[in-house]
Design a protein around this ligand. Structure first.
Ligand SMILES: Nc1ncnc2c1ncn2[C@@H]1O[C@H](COP(=O)(O)OP(=O)(O)OP(=O)(O)O)[C@@H](O)[C@H]1O
Length: 968
């Protein structure tokens, strides 16, 4: 036990009073104290092996104004205290801590016992957070900072750290920590900048030096006590302080080849904004709040917070002092220099291995958080800004309590409720420490002022610390789903609802394409289903929400009812007892007085004046006691009022919660209304679509009817067309046959004409032979007469003309021969086709369409149509009147006839026929004409020459003549 003697030396409310009016203030415990809190039952049982949050209790020494024997706490052992409000009948609650430090425990002992290990862990690479929690004026600042004569945790830690690092400290700020675990290597320029910041702070740290400035600043920010309540620090005082502290204690670190740099930062959370305390602002300048951010490992850190490189404990302390000059401190009814903000002083240690070529660095930190004290607004009598500050302080502490409670509940029940870290800046900053890994330690020093007038607050603080103590320090799981909210549910389910709706719509659409009547039915079902599901879900949700609200309201009601009943019961009992005791006392008094009166009225007895005097004194003494009792009763009434205040606050909180739930309900209603409106809109749309669908169905039915009628009409028409086509085909075949006959006759005529022509040619040939003979004779005569060249040349030119004429005729004859040959062939083919057609015509009429179709592809019978045309051409050629065959301009009579016969369906057929005829080459049609005809000139009549052909041309004849001339 750290200060167990206190327990014995001082009276306590735990001890019950002697049951007499005179012993009303003295108490004595009957039997064992009761343990009413679940948490206090869980006595530091570390059997789980999981580290718990280290929670110690530190009691502030009572002030002279508080009489002895009125303390609300009794230390039972070195880690257990009992709490009682002074009423013998009230429950006594025991609280267990990792250690309990009584009022007489000094700073050194406190540091050595509770802080030292944590500093060692920090030096070995751990992250540590130490914070002081308690009511206002309970000694938090004293514990964290202390004063120049009695330094607290921070100066002692600084000394231990720098003593331990000593020679391993780097002289340059080359390596700087960043965010939570990151680090930078600074270049020369940045190092210079860091040095500037450092020098600026070290030159201006003293509140003594710039006291006047600060005073003027103070007047600007009303009654803030930036100086009062903080030591007037000078260089000497700091040196003196560290000299007094100096001891040889250093932490033994396995240094190896490592170097260290130490950086400090100092910030405060004031009215829910974070401010950098190491930045100076001019008098009228508004401080810029800093933001919280997350590093890549989701650790929370203060963005852009100044970190100052320090090389000794003195330097670090000066930097801290510089920051404290900017701190928000003010006086209230309970504390002359009450912290108006939560301030956090952090030491960051960077261990760099192999400084010449560093590859890794280990960063650890130790933070000291001096929380502003929770305060009863009525007691602090704060107004204006102080009131706002108080509210903010209380709110952030309330959130801190909530976070601890939720963490505890989660661990106890294995649940995963959302921890409301984000509800205040303080808890957000603590989040990393609370959810961090095993390298993170979190420790809470609970400061308590044992004054009876702070009993309720103290009880709250102890209650909270019991919860924190029970929290095991494990890495918390990611936050679970938040409180059920209608809006959230709707947001989550809207997608699935929409999907369901769209899915059903899809079915409707798909089916509609298959069967209209089915579709109609299906769409109706789907829509109903959708609505039913929607309503079902909505009903479930409403039910759930209502149940939740009811449970919460019932719980609240029950809780308050129970509390009210217990309080009423206790107070009734208390007052009944008091009344009983008073009654007994006055009865006794009356009896005594009656006895005395009886004695006095007895004439045998003499009235003793002295006795009367002493009785009077007794009466006076009793009256004095009654006065004290009255005061006590008044004090109790005050306590009751406090309790009432507390309950009122609880009720306010609950009311706020109810308000929240109401807001949620309103939101849900709005959402519901919105959804109803959506649904109505959807219904309207559906109605419109449904109407459209019905219209479309009617349209489809109408179209189907007309389609059927058209189908019938088409079938009829097809039959008619078939009949017509077969008729036409028959007619066409007959016509073709007639035409072919005509063509054959025409060709036969042509052949006979050609034969006649051939005869004429033969005659011409014989004439020419005769002419030749006569020319020959004429030549002979000319030679004989020897007369002249003139006749010869004339004859020669004549001869040449004739020769060219002959050769032209020969060519033409040759051509005609070829064409005749072709025509013969054609004629043969036509005859064959004609025979075939004759045969085909015998076949049944039902096959006539197929025949016509085939005819379209067969060229031969149709070629005959234009044979007459060929014939005409040949005749034209033979008459030396070349004619260009142009079918379109001068259609043959046959074609004209065909056109007259052409019906709608036979147009294409005729076109094909025409094309087929047009494709027949003329040469093939004429070739056969002059087959087997004799040559035009008989070569036997012409003198033969080996070097020449047997046919005598005029040139050759001339050549012969000239030869003969030479010979002569
Ligand atoms: N253990 C202690 N020994 C001696 N004096 C103490 C102790 N604890 C507190 N005090 C004194 O009590 C007074 C109030 O303490 P302190 O300012 O630390 O309270 P606090 O809890 O920080 O208050 P607030 O929350 O209002 O800032 C100071 O004058 C301080 O010196």
């Amino acid at each position: 036990m750290n200060d167990s003697k206190d327990h014995h030396s001082t009276g306590s409310y735990v001890e019950p009073r002697i049951p007499s009016i005179t012993g009303f203030g003295q108490r004595k415990i009957n039997g064992k104290p009761k343990k009413v809190l679940d948490y206090s039952l869980e006595k530091c049982n570390d059997h789980s092996g999981i580290p718990k949050i280290d929670v110690c209790l530190r009691l502030k020494p009572r002030t002279n104004s508080v009489p002895t024997g009125l303390d609300t706490l009794t230390i039972l052992s070195d880690n257990i205290v009992a709490c009682n409000n002074g009423n013998a009948r009230d429950d006594v609650t025991e609280y267990t801590f990792s250690s309990v430090f009584g009022p007489n425990v000094d700073q050194k002992k406190f540091f050595d016992t509770w802080v030292y290990d944590k500093v060692l862990r920090f030096l070995n690479g751990n992250n540590e957070l130490l914070f002081a929690y308690g009511t206002t004026n309970a000694g938090k600042t004293y514990t964290i900072h202390g004063n120049i004569n009695d330094p607290g945790m921070i100066p002692r830690t600084l000394l231990l750290v720098f003593n331990s690092l000593n020679e391993k400290l780097m002289s340059q700020c080359k390596y700087k920590p960043d965010k939570v675990i990151a680090a930078h290597i600074l270049d020369e320029k940045l190092m210079e900048a860091e040095e500037d910041i450092r020098n600026n702070i070290l030159n201006n740290w003293s509140n003594d030096k710039n006291q006047d400035d600060l005073k003027s600043c103070m007047t600007q920010v009303d009654e803030y006590q930036t100086i009062h309540g903080i030591d007037q620090l000078t260089n000497q005082s700091i040196v003196k302080m560290f000299d007094c502290l100096k001891n040889d204690e250093i932490a033994s670190l396995d240094h190896g080849n490592v170097s260290y740099t130490v950086w400090v930062s100092y910030s405060e959370i004031y009215n829910e904004s974070i401010y950098d305390l190491l930045i100076t602002y001019s008098v009228n300048q508004k401080r810029a709040p800093l933001k919280l951010s997350l590093d890549q490992n989701k650790n929370v850190y203060v963005k852009n917070l100044t970190h100052v490189f320090v090389q000794s404990a003195e330097e670090a302390y000066k930097v801290m002092s510089f920051g404290r000059n900017n701190l928000r401190i003010a006086s209230n009814n309970l504390n002359k220099s009450s912290s108006r903000s939560h301030c956090i002083f952090t030491l960051k240690l960077m261990r760099v291995e192999n400084i010449e070529n560093p590859k890794t660095a280990v960063i650890s930190s130790i933070s000291f958080c001096d929380l502003a004290g929770s305060e009863r607004l009525k007691k602090t009598m704060n107004i204006g800004d102080r009131l706002t500050e108080s509210k903010n302080i209380n709110t952030s502490l309330l959130v801190l309590n909530k976070c601890f409670s939720v963490l505890r509940e989660n661990q106890k029940k294995g649940e995963n409720h959302l921890v409301p870290y984000r509800e205040s800046k303080l808890t957000q900053m603590f989040q990393t420490a609370l959810t961090g890994n095993n390298r993170t330690g979190i420790s809470m020093a609970v400061n308590v002022d044992m004054s009876p007038n702070l009993f309720e607050e103290t009880k709250q603080v102890l209650f909270m610390s019991a919860i924190v103590r029970a929290i095991t320090k494990t890495k918390s799981k990611p936050t679970s789903k938040p409180r059920p909210s209608f809006a959230v549910w709707v947001a989550n389910n809207r997608k699935s609802l929409k999907q369901a709706a769209s899915k059903q719509n899809t079915i409707v659409e798909d089916e509609s394409s298959i069967n209209n009547s089915k579709c109609e039915q299906k769409s109706m079902i789907s829509n109903e289903e959708f609505e039913a599901r929607f309503k079902e879900k909505e009903a479930i949700l409403r039910k759930e929400l209502l149940q939740q609200f009811h449970t919460i309201l019932n719980n609240n009601n029950e809780f308050h009812k129970k509390q009210k009943e217990t309080m009423l019961k206790n107070k009734t009992e208390m007052y009944e007892n008091k009344i009983k005791r008073l009654k007994a006392y006055y009865c006794e008094e009356i009896r005594e007085r009656d006895e005395k009166l009886a004695l006095h009225s007895n004439p045998n007895l003499t009235y003793d004046n002295n006795k009367n005097k002493s009785e009077m004194e007794n009466f006076e003494f009793r009256i004095g006691e009654l006065e004290i009792q009255k005061e006590e009763l008044l004090a109790e009434i005050n306590v009751l009022k406090n309790v009432h205040d507390l309950r009122q606050e609880d009720i306010d909180v609950k009311n706020r919660e109810i308000e929240n739930y109401k807001a949620m309900l309103d939101e849900a209603n709005t959402e519901y209304e919105q959804m109803e409106a959506d649904l109505n809109e959807m219904n309207n749309k559906f109605d419109v679509l449904y109407q459209e669908l019905e219209d479309k169905n009617l349209e489809i039915e109408r179209l189907t009817g007309s389609l059927e009628a058209k189908d019938n009409y088409i079938t009829e028409m097809e039959l008619l067309q078939e009949e017509r086509i077969s008729e036409m085909a028959e007619q066409k075949i007959l016509k073709y046959m007639d035409e072919k006959m005509e063509t054959i006759v025409g060709l036969e005529n042509t052949i006979s004409k050609l034969k006649t022509k051939n005869k004429k040619y033969n005659e011409e040939k014989s004439n020419m032979a005769k002419q030749y003979q006569s020319l020959k004779q004429m030549l002979k005569a000319a030679e004989q007469s020897n007369t002249g060249n003139t006749n010869e040349s004339r004859l020669l030119s004549k001869l040449t003309d004739k020769e060219s004429k002959i050769s032209q005729l020969q060519e033409r004859v040759q051509k005609l021969e070829y064409e005749l040959k072709d025509n013969d062939n054609k004629l043969n083919e036509l005859r064959t086709t004609y025979d075939n057609l004759k045969e085909a015509n015998v076949k049944p009429l039902t096959k006539s369409i197929a025949v016509v179709t085939n005819l379209n592809n067969v060229e031969l019978p149709l070629q005959m149509v234009n044979i007459s045309e060929e014939k005409e051409n040949l005749l034209a050629k033979s008459d030396r009147k070349p004619q260009r065959r142009c079918k379109n301009k001068t259609p043959s009579t046959n074609t004209k006839k065909t056109k007259n016969l052409e019906a709608e369906s036979s147009d294409s057929c005729d076109r094909k026929i025409d094309e087929a005829i047009a494709n027949i080459p003329i040469s093939t049609r004429k070739r056969k004409l002059f087959d087997n005809k004799p040559p035009l000139i008989d070569s036997s009549n012409i003198p033969s020459d080996n070097s020449m052909n047997s046919v005598l041309t005029p040139a050759r004849a001339l050549h012969q003549i000239s030869k003969l001339r030479v010979k002569q």
